[in-house]
Write a protein that binds this ligand. Structure first.
Ligand code: ADP
Length: 264
């Protein structure tokens, strides 16, 4: 531990310095604790699929298995390997964002056509689950974003809306402008997030009711990556949710006006 206790209580420069050192030490201790908890959770996440893979690999080596049993076990091994792969991909992405080697290239994008593209792309998946997907956006809104990173953000939020909604509900992608700020909301009529979980929803590896999330194959990394991606591009993200009624994630960006674009 960084157990610094600087016993200087004066109100002069030395006192201020002592205070800064103390708060730096507190911050370092906090980060260290967070890192340890994160590593513990990651080890657990890695171990679970590996346990399945090893267990079923052992069983499939048995001579007395019939073909259908063997196929079923091989499928489990395959699925768990894919799960492992996805986790490693997400971790890799996250690590790259942390060390700031992550490059973003922003450009001014017309929001309606951008969102329409995404809408078209995901519509079949929503139709398949009998969930209606609406898009509401005026066609004169512009924002300054990295299109592929921002698409990743919206796809992630839509993927959650789809995972946590039941059939015959409606999900809406809605963009509005107010006083030079643009808000893009993904609004679903799904299961909602319990109020006590809402403050943690953007934390790494945080899942509501682990059993519920496990069914969907999630790791609780998606939203923490989404938040980082939004903030890297200069935006903010917030959430409002009502249990059994639905959830609304809202991303806010400064609007790009014609003046902004002509002056660079
Ligand atoms: P996961 O990959 O597990 O879905 P996320 O970081 O994307 O991880 O989400 C964290 C948790 O937040 C999820 O486990 C889920 O319980 C909850 N959640 C996220 N989006 C929604 C939503 N649209 N409706 C209800 N719950 C949600």
């Amino acid at each position: 531990n960084f157990s610094v206790a600087v016993p200087v209580r004066s109100h002069d420069e030395l006192g201020e310095l002592a205070q800064s050192i103390q708060s730096l030490a507190n911050e370092l201790n906090y980060l260290k604790k967070e890192r340890n908890e994160f590593l513990a959770s990651i080890s657990h996440e890695l171990r679970t699929p590996l346990t399945y893979i090893k267990g079923y690999a052992d069983i499939t080596r048995r001579k007395d298995l019939d073909a259908s049993e063997r196929t079923r076990y091989l499928e489990i091994i395959h699925d768990e390997s894919e799960r492992l792969n996805r986790l490693l991909d997400e971790l890799f992405n996250m690590a790259r964002m942390d060390v700031n080697t992550f490059t973003i290239s922003k450009e001014i994008v017309q929001l309606f056509s951008f969102l329409q593209n995404i809408h078209e792309k995901v519509l079949p998946a929503f139709a398949n689950e009998r969930i209606q997907l609406n898009l509401e956006c005026k066609d004169d809104l512009f924002i300054d974003i990295d299109p592929s990173r921002f698409e990743q953000v919206i796809l992630n939020l839509l993927d959650n809306a789809l995972k946590y909604s039941n059939e015959y509900t409606v999900t809406t992608i809605k963009a509005t402008e107010c006083n030079g700020w643009i808000s893009i909301s993904i609004i679903d009529q799904g299961v909602g997030i319990p109020p006590e979980d809402v403050p943690h929803i953007f934390d790494r590896l945080y899942r509501v009711e682990k059993s519920r999330a496990r069914d969907t194959g999630g790791f609780g990394l998606g939203l923490s990556i989404v938040k980082q991606l939004v903030e890297i591009q200069g935006g903010t993200i917030s959430v409002k949710s009502n249990l059994e009624q639905g959830t609304c994630f809202t991303i806010t960006f400064k609007e790009k006006t014609n003046e902004d674009s002509s002056s660079g």
